[in-house]
Design a protein around this ligand. Structure first.
Ligand code: TRP
Length: 364
C-alpha cells in the first residue's frame, strides 16, 4: 500500500494567535491544505500540553480554545479539508504516551534543548512538574497517533520532532514496523522562522506586549507598526541605516512581495533596492513603516473580516470542533489498536489469546 501523506500540527491554546504564528506556520498550513498534495490534514489545539505549565489557570486554556479555533478559520483553514480537533478529547493520546514513556530515559529528556530552555524561562529548575518534563513524549504521541508524515512547525520544535523520530524507531525496532517516522517541515523564508516582537526582542510574546494579533483592529496594527523598533542610530533621514536587527525590515522580509512595490512604492523595484537606499542614507523610517503598514493591512484585513464573521456563530464553531474531535478520535483509535497488537496487549481483540493460552496449559 502506498504510504499516505498526512500532515499534523498544532498550537497550545494559551492566547490568541499572532502574526509570528501566521508567517511561521499558519500561512503555510493553508497553502499545504489547498495544494491537494496531502491525503489527510490534522490541526489541533494542544490544550493538555498548555495545561502542563498552566495547571492553575484552566480558565485561560478554556477561553483560548475558541479564540485559536477562530484564528484558524479566519486564516483559511477549512474544516472540509482539514480536521480541527482538541487534544484532551482524544484519550488514546494519553494511552500512547503511557506506552512511549518506557522508551525514553530521563537523561534523554533532560538533554532536549527546548525543554531545557523552557525550564529556565519558567524558573522550574527545582520543581519541574513531571507532566511538563515529559511533554515531548506526549507530543510524540500526538504526531504518531495520526501516522503523520509531515509536521509543519517552527524551528523551536526541531528537538521535539527528533525525539518523536527516535521513539518511533525504538518502538518499531522492538515491536515491529507499526509507526510512521515524521518529517519536520520548516518555513522556507528565514525571516519567518522566528518573527521578532515589535520591540525588536527575539520573540513575540504576550507577556512582553510586543505582539501583533490576527484579531487586532486596523488601527491597532497601524499604531504597532508606527511604533516599531528600528535602527536606534538612524536618527536623521540622511544618516545611513542598519538593516540587520531592524524589525521593520525583518517584517518586510516576511511579508512583502514584489508586486507590493508597484502598488505602494513604485519608485523602488524591490525590497533589495529599498534596503540599499536605507543603508546609503536618505530614507526615513516613517516611509518604510508606511509601506509595511500598507502591506500588513492588505494581508490581515481579510483575516480580520473572516474572523468577525465566524464570531457571529460560535455554536457552529463549537460544533465544527466537536465533529473534528470525533474524526480524530477514530483515526487515533485505529493506530492504538495496531499499537496494542504490536505490543501483545490486545488480549480480547479476538479468540487467539484464549486459544493460545489454553493450548499452553493443555500441553503441560
Ligand atoms: N509544542 C507545540 C507548540 O508549542 C504544540 C504542539 C503540541 C505540537 N503537539 C504537537 C506541534 C504536535 C506539532 C505537532 O507550538
Amino acid at each position: 500500500m502506498k504510504q499516505e501523506k498526512i500532515i499534523l500540527t498544532g498550537d497550545r491554546p494559551t492566547g490568541k494567535l499572532h502574526i509570528g504564528h501566521y508567517v511561521g506556520s499558519l500561512r503555510r498550513r493553508v497553502e499545504l491544505q489547498n495544494s491537494g498534495l496531502y491525503d489527510k490534514i490534522f490541526i489541533f489545539e494542544a490544550d493538555g500540553q498548555a495545561l502542563t505549565d498552566n495547571i492553575d489557570n484552566p480558565e485561560k486554556v478554556r477561553q483560548n480554545v475558541i479564540e485559536v479555533a477562530l484564528d484558524y478559520l479566519a486564516c483559511g483553514i477549512d474544516p472540509a479539508k482539514s480536521t480541527i480537533f482538541i487534544q484532551s478529547q482524544i484519550p488514546e493520546l494519553c494511552e500512547l504516551t503511557f506506552y512511549f514513556m518506557d522508551l525514553v530515559t530521563v537523561s534523554r529528556l533532560q538533554r532536549n534543548p527546548t525543554v531545557k530552555t523552557e525550564i529556565q524561562m519558567r524558573n522550574f529548575e527545582t520543581s519541574i512538574p513531571v507532566g511538563f518534563f515529559t511533554y515531548p513524549i506526549s507530543q510524540a504521541a500526538d504526531i504518531t497517533a495520526f501516522k503523520a508524515t509531515t509536521v509543519p512547525v517552527g524551528e523551536d520544535q526541531e528537538p521535539m520532532l527528533e525525539q518523536a523520530r527516535e521513539i518511533v524507531r525504538r518502538f518499531n525496532h522492538i515491536y515491529g514496523e507499526t509507526l510512521v517516522e515524521p518529517n519536520i517541515l520548516l518555513p522556507e523564508n528565514a525571516a519567518c522562522l522566528r518573527l521578532p516582537g515589535t520591540d525588536g526582542k527575539a520573540k513575540m510574546s504576550k507577556s512582553l506586549g510586543n505582539c501583533i494579533y490576527l484579531s487586532d483592529s486596523a488601527d491597532e496594527v497601524e499604531k504597532k507598526v508606527k511604533s516599531m523598533y528600528t535602527d536606534p542610530n538612524h536618527i536623521k533621514v540622511t544618516d545611513p541605516g542598519q538593516i540587520e536587527g531592524n524589525t521593520v525590515f525583518t517584517y518586510l522580509d516576511a511579508f512583502s512581495k514584489p508586486e507590493h512595490f508597484e502598488r505602494y512604492l513604485p519608485e523602488y523595484q524591490s525590497l533589495d533596492e529599498l534596503k540599499a537606499h536605507y543603508q546609503r542614507g536618505g530614507l526615513g523610517d516613517m516611509k518604510v513603516k508606511k509601506l509595511l503598514a500598507a502591506i500588513m493591512q492588505e494581508e490581515l484585513e481579510p483575516i480580520r473580516n473572516r474572523r468577525k464573521e465566524f464570531e457571529k456563530d460560535i455554536p457552529a464553531v463549537c460544533e465544527m470542533l466537536r465533529q473534528g474531535c470525533e474524526v480524530a478520535r477514530e483515526a487515533a483509535a485505529q493506530t492504538l489498536s495496531e499499537v496494542r497488537r504490536a505490543m501483545k496487549i490486545n488480549y480480547f481483540d479476538d479468540d487467539s489469546f484464549v486459544a493460545e493460552q489454553t493450548a499452553r496449559f493443555a500441553a503441560e
